[in-house]
Design a protein around this ligand. Sequence first.
Ligand code: FMN
Length: 368
Amino acid sequence: MTHETTTSPLLDPARLGSHELANRLVIAPMTRNRAERDGTPTPLMAEYYAQRATAGAIIAEASTPNVVGQTYPNITALHTDAHTAGWRQVTRAVRAVGGGPVFLQIQHGGRVGHPDNSGLTPIAPSPIPLPEPIHTPSGLQAAVTPREMTSDDIHRTIADFATAARRAVDAGFAGVEVHSANGYLLHQFLAPNTNHRTDRYGGGVAGRIRFTTEVVDAVADAIGADRTGLRISPGNTVNGIADTDADELYPTLVKANAGKGLAYLHIAFADPAQPLFARLREIWTGTLIANPVLPAEQIPADGGREAAERLLAAGADLIALGRPFLANPDLVHRIRTGAPVNAVRAKYAMYTGGPTGYTDYPALRTQA
Ligand SMILES: Cc1cc2nc3c(=O)[nH]c(=O)nc-3n(C[C@H](O)[C@H](O)[C@H](O)COP(=O)(O)O)c2cc1C
């Protein structure tokens, strides 16, 4: 099949720290539950990422830095030598096909977890349960009330992020992304409805941003600021989060982390029409990765190109896309040629395991 070549600023070469990127498209982190039961990445995962290596950069899926941070069944982890070795096969597979830098997202679930998944009672800033059921090996179950984190828990968790970051570099990643978005542990510290602490990690904005900021500092100390990214999702209500003071909290958080020489800031569900986006772009003078808001039900026929170009025009440096890459291993080629995209199949095949709905999305037949 041949198509005209189109031009788009998304396809311009770009830089991410010391890395040269072939284009401005980044794969957003997507949990796909294809790890072994203990969180070890599998050869199938290496195949999945290698299929998508024409992206300018990849942010690999949420990986837990310790046992209690595990969210759902079969998510990836990075706290044992087996996990490190499993991830190394992923970074090698991407490098073998000439891919760009791969960052790994480090995620602690906090209250988004279950004893049937991790073997432990989840921990969180405050003992407030997730207001919705959670996936376990025996199906959806009611969430349990998490244990309130002690200051020992806080320090141990920060240290676990740093150790996982070291392991990530050892496994061949270009760096890590600290996950402070989408209602997981760090976001639970940020939001007033999940953080009722009265110590220095709670209260006003300055207290609630402390945990994320300390995790970022510990990771940057461990592997270098230029290998450390930060993901936020201001206003996203997923996992029962209510960012009721987002307009004050996020500028303060971003200001506190600007000037550290971090690899990037990544804003999920970024809407260029929102004044908060422009405000954060102004504060953050480093590389900004933005993930546009696409329709929830299905990806658009252009693979998100128009929304992505709008965000670039609003000042983003790089664009992260999730589902368009999930369904289109050769998304970059399709955007270049204007070829139609594969639609995302129902439910993302999250808890089925195996290649169906994962590595079997077809690429276009490309002929010279
Ligand atoms: C199957 C799936 C898994 C996801 N897993 C993660 C994750 O591990 N970490 C994260 O920060 N966001 C995760 N997200 C959110 C995506 O990174 C992205 O922000 C979201 O899908 C919106 O972008 P899109 O419209 O381009 O898909 C996930 C989304 C999907 C669809």
